[in-house]
Design a protein around this ligand. Structure first.
Ligand code: ZN
Length: 192
């Protein structure tokens, strides 16, 4: 297996092995391949060329993402006006499964998302509930009730419409993100 199928299989195994993910939502049973065309962004090359270190449980998904970087449909939600050119050139995500993902699902949304080092992802929110899992690297996650630095294997949850932000310091971060509940097909918006 290669490409996005390998990414999906590695994500499925990680979901089965990680209690926070398993408890958050059942693995979607309605997955159907959407055959999305590859769509590179500037971060695609960075991800393919950067050795990203996780823990034993997250490394297979990291490796599958790096190998499939060139065939994924990468997106960037924010405009240059919102986040600046440097941010846009060092971040990107793709929807592995979900309403508009590589594998269609209407029950759960799963993203792979990357931010390079030294980025400030400003306060934003969305209706869907969210769980971040740090696969590799690390970042500081902010909520109004406090900040927490995530390392590989650690998770951080955001409630519906709860404003959150993130800062990367000397390391980049590669994440696996789950969305559940109402607003599943929406996009995050900056809180300004
Ligand atoms: Zn979010």
């Amino acid at each position: 297996m290669s490409g996005l199928g390998a990414v999906l299989e590695a994500a499925r195994q990680l979901h089965a092995n990680h209690a926070d993910l398993r408890d958050y939502a059942p693995w979607p049973e309605d997955l159907a391949p959407a055959n999305l065309p590859a769509r590179p962004v500037p971060a695609t090359k960075i991800i393919a060329e950067t050795p990203l270190r996780g823990i034993d449980m997250t490394q297979p998904l990291i490796n599958a993402v790096r190998a499939a970087s060139g065939v994924a449909a990468w997106k960037r939600t924010y405009t240059e006006e919102e986040v600046g050119a440097h941010f846009r050139n060092h971040y990107g995500y793709f929807e592995l499964f979900g309403p508009t993902g590589h594998f269609n699902s209407s029950s759960l949304r799963g993203y792979i998302a990357y931010w390079g080092e030294g980025l400030n992802y400003d306060w934003h929110s969305h209706e869907a509930e969210e769980l971040y899992l740090c696969l590799a690297g690390g970042a500081e996650f902010h909520r109004s009730d406090g900040s927490l630095t995530l390392e590989p294997g650690q998770t951080r949850a955001h409630d519906s419409r709860q404003s959150h932000a993130m800062t990367t310091h000397v390391k980049p971060i590669l994440t696996f993100v789950l969305w559940r509940g109402p607003g599943l097909a929406d996009l995050p918006r900056m809180d300004r």
